[in-house]
Ligand binder design. Structure first.
Ligand code: GLN
Length: 449
């Protein structure tokens, strides 16, 4: 299984989905074979997987798509990855990504962009573009990404696979390089609901090494076997997400409504007015957290040391050379929003909007079991179409970031295609559940298959 996954990845090298192949893969595969031989029953025995290059795997390079960490070798393994290995998975390689998971297109990687296999002049979405493409192009059945404001869901939508962002705290963040710690969550890509349930059972659950990880039962496969409840599901389509979509995205939303009605669901519309401010609040909360988290890349503790004058000059030189323009922009924006004199106007106000959005979701979930929106207002865009204009790029997150601010789980489900310039491009529709009701989304996805 490992050899053919590597062969598929090599054959489609031009997609630039992987930053590195795992030099320890052969060794891992042999260890799994020995454990199976010894009678162990492993849920992912020998299954090849790809992990985003911001997840640490001991003894491998973890670059975060940045020149800053080009030479960094992980001294330890992330809990989510450790759990995959314990379950018998073999890591084929580390996936390309936007630098430090900042972006929506996988165009900001220091190692070049990842191409969308559906149309190679288009982006795969971001920031987990390499993880999405590894599944969409058939290198591996399962991959891991990270989702701070949509980075699993949006690339899943752009490449026609499932992408799941669990409840905040559901999967340990230990060993995931931090972007915005109050929002970051590890999430899987897969081609079926059954595979999602399998990988979630392996990676979810409490971890003493992550103080924000939740101690709550998982049981995704059990939930899948039990199926949806007998009573009709109450589904709310979020009205704010009905505007600004391409015709193909609206058609996909209609197909989702019809499919849900076909399952006996009662589908209504619901207004969440606070979500109009989600993009602004998200960037005023994520950039301050990022500016704080990225302070460690100073060429001393982490990153390539720059020989230049005194300690301040050396740090400045390391950052100037190591970080790309989007990372620099975010550090400046975040530092500004946190600075005394501006804190109340920006960061503190954004935190109040976050609270409002969380409350709106909570009250909507008193009436609805599941909420629905498109994952993105448009399918995959062309390289360069948004990369020159940060605000146009941030606008691509309009459907995903409110969910991240609220911390609730959401699943992007592939819902057909939209033909653009004669090419069929995948469209994803997002299903959203209340906190810790992650399994409901996977059950629903299975019922819709
Ligand atoms: N596009 C969002 C951002 O750039 C989300 C990124 C992510 O989820 N890592 O911050």
């Amino acid at each position: 299984a490992l050899a053919s996954a590597v062969e598929r990845a090599e054959a489609q090298r031009s997609l630039n989905a992987l930053i590195s192949l795992n030099p320890l893969a052969q060794e891992q595969a042999q260890q799994v074979a020995a454990r199976v031989e010894a009678g162990e029953s492993l849920p992912l025995a020998g299954v090849p997987v790809v992990i985003k290059d911001n997840l640490n795997l001991r003894g491998t390079a973890t670059t975060c798509g940045s020149r800053m960490l080009q030479a960094y070798v992980s001294p330890y393994t992330a809990t989510s990855v450790q759990r995959l290995l314990a379950a018998g998975a073999v890591v084929v390689g580390k996936a390309n990504m936007d630098e430090f998971a900042m972006g929506s297109s996988t165009e900001t990687s220091a190692f070049g962009p990842t191409l969308n296999p559906w149309d190679t002049v288009r982006v795969p979405g971001g920031t987990s573009g390499g993880s999405a493409v590894s599944v969409a192009a058939g290198f591996v059945p399962i991959s891991l990404g990270s989702d701070t404001g949509g980075s699993v869901r949006q690339p899943a939508a752009f490449t026609g696979v499932y992408g799941f962002k669990p409840t905040y705290g559901r999967v340990s963040r230990y060993g995931l390089v931090a972007h915005a710690s109050s929002l970051d969550q590890v999430g899987p890509f897969a081609r079926s609901a059954a595979d999602l349930a399998l990988v979630m059972d392996v990676i979810a659950g409490h971890d003493p090494l992550d103080a924000t990880s939740l101690d709550a039962p998982t049981g995704f496969r059990d939930a899948l076997r039990a199926g949806l409840p007998e009573r009709p599901l109450r589904v709310g389509v979020v009205t704010q997400a009905l505007e600004g979509n391409t015709p193909g995205v609206l058609a996909a939303l209609e197909r989702m409504r019809a499919a849900l009605a076909g399952l006996g669901a009662q589908v209504e519309e619901v207004s969440l007015p606070g979500t109009e401010y989600a993009v602004a609040a998200y960037y005023l909360i994520s950039t301050p957290e990022a500016s704080s988290n990225l302070a460690r890349y100073d060429g001393m503790a982490y990153g390539a040391r720059a020989a230049a004058g005194d300690v301040n000059a050396s740090m400045a030189a390391a950052r100037a050379a190591g970080f790309g323009p989007e990372v620099k922009r975010r550090i400046l924006m975040g530092t500004y929003a946190l600075s005394s004199g501006y804190y109340d106007a920006y960061y503190s106000k954004a935190m109040r909007v976050r609270q409002l959005i969380s409350q709106e979701f909570a009250s909507a979930f008193e009436r609805f079991d599941v909420l629905v929106t498109p994952t993105s207002p448009f399918p995959a865009f062309r390289f360069g179409e948004r990369s020159g204009d940060p605000l146009a790029m941030y606008a691509a997150d309009v459907d995903t970031v409110a969910i991240s601010l609220a911390g609730v789980p959401a699943l992007s489900v592939p819902m057909g295609t939209e033909t653009v310039d004669g090419v069929a491009l995948p469209v994803g529709i997002q299903l959203i559940a209340p906190t810790l009701h992650d399994a409901r989304l996977i059950m629903l996805a299975a019922a819709l298959e």
